[in-house]
Ligand binder design. Structure first.
Ligand code: ZN
Length: 284
């Protein structure tokens, strides 16, 4: 089954939600980047958060990027998503060896940047410090401080014995402005009572069933279902743009070697070859 994302409203449009299954997406990231379990877990959570937040983009061409720069051994992660369920990402150190659930230890202290590119000259960048390194809590904190939106964010990745991804997914539930206290109180109480998203994924629940468990009593209305996947839109032209940001001195030294070079896309590891002639062209 392909990964899917659903979104909708509840409680007379006073609550909005996004939920997804991201098992194939996270498994593709694991295979692409040869990540250790704890890194698969951390990157998987950030990819899942990216899918859900990408759905908040207003236009098809908008892009949402989540960047973490941190002191933990992972060192950094970057995820980019759009409104159409496409997400891609990479991590600075893919081979960190810690127990699979020690995401907070692998990430540790750092900064989360949420970058919204809506086609203006400069993208919007919102920085917050990481509160736990668990990713979901960090995104919750971002929504509360940068966007002033009370949110409940849950992200989870589960593994098979061979360290491949058994199940991944998550949800974001947000209160719209002017939600009555009565609804807020009931929802907060409900969220403390439910299983963790990891437990719900382990029980084999779909995004619809997860939302039904949380918001079933609130008049759940699903407005959209989108297929989602790990997808990289790189091309030789895009990679060459990255190459052309090298200094003339660096390019000269590559050209002087007299051999074609291979440049890999950071997101999907696809290799592009550049001949000396092409490098000379870029040098101009
Ligand atoms: Zn690529």
């Amino acid at each position: 089954m392909a990964d899917t994302m659903i979104r909708g409203m509840a409680a007379n449009k006073q609550v909005r939600f996004f939920a997804c299954n991201s098992t194939d997406t996270v498994e593709k990231a694991r295979i692409t980047h040869h990540t250790s379990p704890v890194v698969t877990n951390a990157l998987g959570r950030l990819l899942t958060g990216g899918v859900l937040m990408g759905a908040m983009c207003k236009n098809d061409t908008d892009k949402l990027t989540l960047r973490i720069q941190c002191q933990g051994p992972i060192s950094g992660m970057l995820v980019t998503a759009d409104a159409n369920g496409h997400v891609k990402g990479y991590v600075s150190e893919p081979e960190v060896m810690l127990p699979a659930n020690d995401v907070a230890k692998a990430v540790d202290l750092g900064v989360l940047s949420v970058i919204k590119d809506i086609g203006l000259k400069e993208p919007y960048v919102g920085d917050t410090h990481l509160v736990s390194g668990e990713i979901a809590e960090d995104l919750t904190y971002y929504f509360a401080t940068s966007d002033q939106i009370p949110s409940s964010v849950a992200l989870g990745v589960l593994f098979n014995d061979d360290t491949s991804v058994a199940n991944a997914g998550g949800f974001i539930i947000q209160l719209m402005p002017f939600t009555p206290d009565e609804v807020v109180d009931r929802l907060e109480k409900k969220i403390t009572e439910i299983d963790s998203v990891t437990q719900m994924l382990d029980r084999g629940l779909t995004p619809e069933q997860i939302l039904e468990e949380i918001l079933g009593d609130f008049g759940l209305e699903i407005t959209d279902t989108t297929e989602t996947r790990f997808h990289c839109d790189c091309s030789k032209e895009r990679v060459s743009r990255a190459l052309s940001t090298l200094s003339k001195k660096d390019l000269d030294s590559i050209i002087a070697d007299g051999e074609s070079i291979e440049v890999k896309c950071q997101f999907c590891n696809k290799a592009y070859e550049f001949s000396v002639e092409e490098l000379k062209e870029l040098r101009k």
